[in-house]
Write a new protein. Sequence first.
Length: 256
Amino acid sequence: MTGSRLDAPYNNMPGSWRGLNFGAESKNNQLAFVHIYNAVNAVSDTAKSMSGFNVHTNSAITLNNCIIKQSAKEALLFRHSSAAITNCLIYNSGMAVRAMGGNYALQYLTMAGYSNDYIYHTDPLLYLADHNGEGQEDPLTLSATNCIITGDNDALAELAVDNIYNQFTLSFQNDLIKAASLPPVGSFSNCLLNLDPAFTLVDNRSASYDFQPLSISPVIASGVPVQGISTDLSGQLRDPATPTIGCYEFKEATTP
């Protein structure tokens, strides 16, 4: 899914179309093997009633094996929603995920932000708030397992927690997070802090990227097995004991 202009440079222009917007009564949506390029917000779900939608018993959106690139604003924008995101790649957007209240599970997600001729990376990739963005309290629950959160803005922490009401339940396990320090709320277990994930290709000059890890990457064999997830974004088998962090499982090159 992308804008209607496929000629250069418009085929790489963020904000070329609105993206997918799910309504107040919409739930149990599933996106699998979907590529969404150059939207304003690739996916937004912001109209749920805080009194009418139970984020712990209802599922709003599930994303599996999706690639989202160059959203002008937030790639995934949630307000009082519930979402499960697995084996997905989100890169070079205003933000990768902005969640204001709700319940979220992130597994094997790669979030990367780099500046090029089409977009500048100036905001944190993962923004979490325990309010609805208008001052009203809305508790947020999030678990992130085997995720990469990284970018090229050295001064920017890629994880931002907007804590007004102290209503967070956060769990980060075996994630690589670019940040000088971690927020004082939530639990962080076996996380890699401020390390270069050593992607195969990051060429901002030509806006060319390959987010599979090189053999020197610290994400290799640094993950924890997740029940029910045996393959990566490209269909390769995950290591059953020590999987790679992020959407791509590392595989040694084979000699013909």
